[in-house]
Design a protein around this ligand. Structure first.
Ligand code: EPU
Length: 427
């Protein structure tokens, strides 16, 4: 696999806004599940199959890491087959681990497999300090020693032993990482105040299919009874609720009967409730949503919360809808206080968003104008391509590699429903 999109930061997304969007967009597997399922696969002593894997650059990077660990990985469309029978505890290059956040899942997985892991600090979208202290304290509770040498963590354990761990905050990453580490620990581990995001249950289901003994995933208390061996298994990645939410917003902005398919409605409850509060009409099918441009939008106040609350990952994209609302809205970002990189560029496009602490005051309605903007992180990039879809002029977005980390075939998907969008490589 070539790391084409990550290696090339000279790509620009060019969108000529104003086109109506009609037809169907099919949602892929969830990025935040896939990026944990791939590292989880190395715990198996044999082959595992992961289906509905999104074709995004984060998955490419994780695949490269698995190859560095002597795993064999083959890909047939969205199906990934991983042979972990020859996995070795090889060093993971700094270049790869610093490309994404989810490289930290190799901490839990390698620690469980070898009682030893050496790994560089993870990368990922940049919106303030993203600590991993809960992960490290959890490993220590399981009996590991954590040392930091320059930018590298060295985590060792004579033997991992089950423990009672109470997370200070229901962190998605820490919950998954501790589940991975505890899978083969001696005895019972209980994670209290665990994150409840659907991606966590997807990972627990995979581990259980491999032979792990995990109960309670999806609730705030997860119990893991350590097992000695993990075997072959097959798992399907759940639909990406954030990709779905992003395209549903596109439909509310420019849709003419735009259908978003392969959606788990239950996972989108808080988001869809918010659209209802904004009086945006849409219709719900079994696994799909159909939505058209909303002519009148009611302003509202939103606060991000852990699942099942309104997701932080959709707090930036929904701002574009609030810019069309008839009055003042507020968005309070509780999970990542500095996740506000989209504001500067929306304001450059004609918005009037005022930041007070970690709350955005959004004054609508405004007309947006295309210009040159920069994606500062994945969801800021999504916010900008949504804004570009409703701007009369052309918008040129740089740092496209952020967007390609989370949105599979974005150009193909949006063009197929009528958008005028392309990515150009600037030499
Ligand atoms: N936190 C700590 N210490 C820790 C772990 C977390 O202080 O050891 C804090 C974080 O700084 C943050 C909060 O706890 O303020 C929540 O962080 P969490 O650990 O839940 O986030 P994450 O695991 O790093 C995942 C997703 C993010 C998503 C968040 C919240 C992956 C790879 N990333 O991050 O996804 O925003 O959960 O749902 O699963 C995205 O898709 O755009 C994205 C950034």
């Amino acid at each position: 696999m070539k790391l084409k999109d990550c290696d090339n930061d000279m790509q620009k997304m060019i969108i000529q806004g104003g086109n109506k969007l009609s037809g169907t967009i099919t949602i892929n597997g969830a990025k935040n599940s896939a990026v944990a399922l791939l590292p989880a696969a190395i715990l198996s002593g044999g082959k595992t199959v992961i289906t509905n894997v999104p074709d995004i650059t984060d998955v490419e990077v994780l695949s490269e890491i698995i190859k560095q660990l002597n795993g064999t990985i083959t890909k047939e469309k969205n199906r990934v087959i991983i042979d972990s029978s020859q996995i070795m505890n090889n060093p993971i290059s700094k270049d790869l681990s610093s490309k994404l956040r989810a490289s930290y899942y190799f901490m839990g997985a390698l620690l469980a497999k070898f009682n030893y892991v050496e790994i560089y600090y993870p990368g990922g979208c940049n919106f303030g300090a993203r600590q991993i202290d809960y992960h490290l304290k959890g490993f220590e509770a399981l009996g590991a020693k954590v040392n930091m040498e320059q930018e590298k963590f060295i985590i060792t354990a004579k033997e991992l032993k089950g423990a009672q761990i109470k997370l200070p905050f229901p962190s998605v990453g820490a919950t998954i990482n501790l589940m991975l580490a505890a899978t083969k620990a001696h005895g019972k581990t209980v994670i209290y105040n665990a994150a409840k995001e659907p991606e966590i249950k997807n990972v627990a289901d995979f581990l259980n299919k491999m032979g792990a003994n995990i109960t309670g995933a999806g609730s705030d208390t997860i119990e893991i009874l350590g097992v000695t061996e993990l075997h072959e298994a097959i798992i399907e990645v759940i639909p990406d609720r954030i990709e779905a939410g992003t395209y549903i917003i596109a439909g509310a902005l420019m849709g003419k009967n735009l259908t978003i398919k392969n959606v788990n409605i239950k996972h989108l409850k808080a988001f869809l409730n918010t659209l209802e509060q904004m009086e945006i009409p849409f219709s719900v099918g079994k696994n799909e949503i159909t939505i058209s441009e909303a002519k009148e939008i009611k302003p509202i106040d939103i606060e991000t919360k852990v699942y099942p609350g309104f997701p932080t990952d959709l707090a930036q994209p929904i701002c574009v809808l609030l810019l069309k609302a008839q009055g003042i809205s507020h968005v309070k970002e509780n999970i990542y206080h500095k996740r506000l990189g989209h504001v500067k560029y929306l304001n450059k496009m004609g918005a009037n968003i005022i930041i007070d602490d970690f709350t955005e005051k959004i004054i609508g309605p405004v007309e947006l104008h295309g210009t040159e903007v920069e994606a500062s992180d994945l969801r800021a990039g999504a916010t900008l391509f949504l804004a570009a879809l409703i701007s009369k002029e052309k918008t040129i977005i740089s740092n496209v590699e952020y967007i390609l980390r989370g949105y599979e075939k974005i150009v193909r998907k949006l063009s197929s429903v009528g958008a005028n969008i392309r990515i150009e490589t600037i030499k």
